[in-house]
Design a binder for this molecule. Sequence first.
Ligand code: SAM
Length: 276
Amino acid sequence: MSFDLRNAINAISDVVQNRPPPLREFDQIYMKVADMVIQAEYVARVFDNKDIVFVGDGDGIALSAAHLKAQNVVDYGPKSITLLDFDERIVKSVQRFGEKLAPHVTISAELYNVADPLPSGHFGAFDGFHINPPWGASNGGSSVTAFFERGSQATKENSLGIVVIADDPDLPWTQSVLRDTQSRAIELGYVVAEMQPQLHLYHLDDNPDLRSCSCLFRRIDPACMDPSSKPLDPGRLQNFYGRNSPLKVKYVRQKDTLNPDRESDRLYTLETMEGQ
Ligand SMILES: C[S@@+](CC[C@H](N)C(=O)[O-])C[C@H]1O[C@@H](n2cnc3c(N)ncnc32)[C@H](O)[C@@H]1O
């Protein structure tokens, strides 16, 4: 791997500038810039010339990987990227930036909540997936496997999946979630192809030293693939974003201001799931 560091950081800086403010209540906690460069270059390399789905991506790793290619910082990268996210602010910001990258990488983004079955048009459609889900400290990793299952359902037989989750050997919950994620991945027909431990840091005031790893899974047994995509079991929605913080919001909606010269005082509204 060799690339111009200044050009790479300037490219990622464009993406950072485009991101909406993170909402802590939904575990949106953004990755630090140097670690975004590392992850985006890795994504561009692993998914070179492939059609990729990101299930959630507040960090902007999808756009970063595409922008590194578009700016000729690297001469590899995904052929197309589709983002599925429940936050309309993120979806729209990716669509907006993605238009500029169109000659180099095809970018699309749409609203989707992992509690819902995967839209049929995306089932088995992609070469690989990328997730950085809620890390599952209070739900035994169930939020991680929920995102993993959607990524798995969205990909073809010989797919790859990159999973970014907490990894701190001194925090037992991170190691349990890592083990349980690998165990679920094996049930779904994957092996761990690569593991980069304790790789990234985040803008997380109450735990600035908490790191995540990047784990690459390769599907070796298509017989274990889910035959269909079903709603998440209601029991799995509990503690989804932390203790007593269930998944009950269907979409975060962007609130557009009528006066383009002024910010509205609240930039989003919450649309709850039916029956919540
Ligand atoms: C949970 S955050 C994890 C932290 C990550 N560093 C970030 O801030 O993007 C990852 C992404 O998942 C999205 N997300 C959260 N809950 C979701 C849900 N129920 N369905 C789909 N996407 C979701 C968030 O909007 C965010 O873009």
